[in-house]
Design a protein around this ligand. Sequence first.
Ligand SMILES: [Fe+2]
Length: 168
Amino acid sequence: MKTAMIELNRIALDSKKTKKTVKHLNEILSNYQIFYQNLRGFHWNLLGHHFFSLHVKFEELYNEAQLNIDEIAERILTLGHTPLHTYEDYLKNSTIKVHKNVSDEVKSVEGVISGYATLIKKERETLPIAGNADDEGTTDMLAGFIKTQEKTVWMLSAWLGSNGKSKK
Ligand SMILES: [Fe+2]
């Protein structure tokens, strides 16, 4: 009986399965870039009595986003592929919408929470795909992102006065 040959890449991962992981990583990267720019907009355009604290918080979050973006792009390169790197591609591959001219503090925080919700969902969906390729480096990276982002969502929700419990 003839068995199908599995082609391995330079770090001994199944090339075909890795390609699938990379497609998802590029989608996460695209969403993250739009999210990053949304955070900059919230940071700049903010108005209101919480300006000083939120302005600083958004800066902290976009700095963290910038580091994660670089980590995702470099993971894609480590896997032997090319990260998307143009705004044109980011807009095409992002489900996070562009937030324009938002200055209201509650709307800004809600925008950040919804961006994180999309990122967490996409990262979680990518975990089994990377896991199926035995790609521990990618699952480890994504699990780290998810844990931190989930905690940030809790804190931002607390700021909004929501405990996150189901209404039922
Ligand atoms: Fe600034």
